[in-house]
Design a binder for this molecule. Structure first.
Ligand code: TYM
Length: 332
């Protein structure tokens, strides 16, 4: 089976609908015919300030949501990045073949550092994509399923893999990005021109996977639409309505054209309440399962330890190969 790697940052209270629909749904499907490795990337998380106790909790919560969403930690590997030391070590080596300008062209770095200002931006935020490349390359991943916002980081990973291979001899598999077109970008409910993100401006624009179902339904019913009346999929001129159609289509299982036909002559109120029903029906069982898993953190930690050992066996072997290629003495 082809190897797959993907990851997510631990998120304080809950993952959001963009993470679930853009990534987790794809992961769940792809794990069936791939040798899948999924990571909670806590090393990446500390590139912005974190409260230590909250970070630990967020890491467990995120792992629990992976499982609740259908990731199988027995057949797939589900582990925490900081528990496998090869990630930080491989990132160091890759940083020595990454151009300063090349790293500076990363859009996420430019956006985040512009928001923070030069004095509070860290070197860690700058080298973030190199660590992401290490994540992917350590597992010889052939495909990397992500949302649209991660495309550029996977392209950098490909460039680094090719550069390393041509400088030091065939070492890495050059991975391919896998982005599901329909759900590549889920938008903020209140600000449908921007992607849904945990740092969104208004709390009402974000659907949290672990939110109370009544809160979720209320947010969807007050989503921003437009002043027209017709229900059509047209992201450029009708971003709010198109976003609702995407959510309803993906979670309710009807195609967009079928939904357009079904809603012909009906109002935005109907679209919102059917979308709310579909989202709640999809998220409620995930929420319940996640909360159940979180009630036994010791068991969750045990599962993560076993999985970190499985991940370490793969990543450690790749790291040994990398060290050998660059001319280090054998690892002890
Ligand atoms: P992160 O934690 O920001 O997001 C996790 C996944 O969710 C997707 N996503 C979205 N998809 C659609 N619409 C949205 N509004 C939306 N918001 C987020 C992201 O594209 C991503 O797939 N750097 C990565 C984590 C990472 C990683 C990796 C990913 C670290 N190492 C190796 C893949 C492979 C990140 O911060 O994702």
């Amino acid at each position: 089976k082809p190897r797959l790697f993907s990851g997510m940052q631990p998120s304080a209270d809950s993952l959001h609908a963009g993470n679930y629909i853009g990534a987790l749904l794809q992961w769940k499907q792809l794990q069936q015919d791939h040798d899948a490795v999924f990571c909670v990337v806590d090393l990446h998380a500390i590139t912005v300030p974190q409260d230590p106790a909250k970070l630990r909790e967020a890491t467990r919560r995120t792992a629990a949501q992976y499982i609740a969403a259908g990731i199988d930690p027995g057949s797939s590997i589900l582990f925490v990045q900081s528990q496998v030391s090869a990630h930080a070590e491989a990132a160091w080596v890759l940083s020595t073949i990454t151009g300063f300008g090349e790293a500076g062209r990363m859009i996420q770095f430019k956006d985040k550092s512009a928001k923070q200002g030069a004095d509070s931006t860290t070197v860690g935020l700058f080298t973030y994509p190199i660590l992401q490349a290490a994540d992917i390359l350590l597992y010889d991943a052939e495909i990397v399923p992500v949302g649209e916002d991660q495309r550029q980081h996977v392209e950098l990973t490909r460039d680094l893999a090719q550069r390393f291979n041509s400088r030091f001899g065939e070492t890495f598999v050059v991975p391919e990005v896998r982005i599901r077109k329909e759900t590549a970008k889920v938008y903020d409910l209140q600000n449908p021109g921007s992607k849904m993100s945990k740092s969104g401006e208004s709390e009402n624009g974000i659907i949290w996977l672990l939110d109370d179902p009544a809160v979720t339904a209320k947010k969807i019913k007050s989503a921003v639409t437009d002043t027209e009346r017709d229900i059509r999929f047209d992201p450029a001129t009708k971003p709010g309505v198109s976003n609702l159609l995407t959510l309803l289509s993906v979670l309710g299982g009807s195609s967009i054209p079928a939904l357009e036909a079904e809603f012909a002559g009906r109002g935005y109120g109907d679209l919102k309440s059917e979308t709310a029903d579909a989202v709640v029906a999809a998220f409620a069982p995930v929420r319940e399962r996640a909360l159940e898993l979180l009630a036994d953190p010791a068991e969750l930690d045990r599962m993560l330890t076993v999985n970190a050992e499985r991940a370490d066996a793969i990543a450690g072997a790749t790291l040994a190969r990398i060290y050998d290629r660059v001319g280090f003495l054998p690892r002890v």
